[in-house]
Design a protein around this ligand. Structure first.
Ligand SMILES: C[S@@+](CC[C@H](N)C(=O)[O-])C[C@H]1O[C@@H](n2cnc3c(N)ncnc32)[C@H](O)[C@@H]1O
Length: 214
């Protein structure tokens, strides 16, 4: 299982305009593209992936939107369709008095709170924070093994208090290259690296045993 946790200033309320998402939502558009990069592939959904948007902007903040690729249905890759889905979920007040995530649509859940709501989901996951200048993920052994969670910032990056929280959560910093890229592209790079490693491992395990040498 791979999890991506995007921490940012996007709105936690449904009061944004579908015709001007960047200008009216504190850059929820970044989060929408991160949903696509985390979960959607050509003609399909990654069933082994989950994405969390930590929404710290607007009147109902903080709130967390979580989408589980194993349970989500009818997710479409275009930003507007994803925005319509997120708007409906944010309009729900099902999480107002709940102590954790409440599923509002298949695979799509919402919770009041901040990073502390994500922690119970992480249990045995190895934790990483994507950070410019950190050791490259290509030099990070074991990235593809078992469960992993990757934290990243939105268009403004990860602020100092959040970075301190991630240190307490024992996140190890990794980089995805020498250029600061958009959050959704950082997710695509991590996903690609994991895909390559998993494919290589499968190929190795499918190789027939070599006959003993004479
Ligand atoms: C658009 S960037 C943030 C830019 C912000 N102005 C800053 O300097 O942090 C969004 C997020 O993607 C991740 N990211 C972008 N480029 C990266 C890189 N080369 N290595 C590791 N993480 C990166 C980081 O988590 C970053 O917070």
């Amino acid at each position: 299982m791979r999890r991506f946790v995007v921490v940012g200033i996007a709105t936690a309320s449904a009061e944004f305009l579908l015709d001007d998402i960047p200008g009216t939502s504190g850059r929820l558009d970044v989060g929408l593209r991160c949903i696509r990069a985390s979960l959607l592939v050509s003609h399909g959904l990654r069933r082994d992936a989950m994405v969390y948007l930590v929404l710290r902007g607007g009147p109902n903040a903080p709130r967390i939107l979580r989408i589980d690729g194993a349970a989500a249905r009818f997710l479409r890759p275009d930003e507007r369709s994803l925005a319509v889905l997120v708007k409906k979920v944010l309009a729900s007040d099902a999480d107002r008095t709940a102590a954790g995530f409440v599923e509002v649509k298949a695979g799509v859940a919402i919770a009041r709170g901040d990073l502390e709501r994500v922690v119970p989901d992480l249990a045995d996951a190895r934790r990483y924070v994507l950070e410019m200048g950190a050791p490259d993920l290509r030099d990070t052994p074991g990235l593809e093994e078992g469960n992993a969670a990757f934290f990243l910032g939105d268009s403004l990056g990860v602020d100092a208090p959040t970075r301190a929280q991630l240190t307490l959560l024992r996140c190890r910093a990794i980089g995805v290259g020498p250029i600061v890229v958009h959050a959704e592209d950082a997710i695509a790079i991590v996903s690609n690296e994991l895909d390559r490693r998993e494919a290589a491992r499968l190929t190795r395990s499918e190789l027939p045993a070599l006959p003993p040498q004479e």
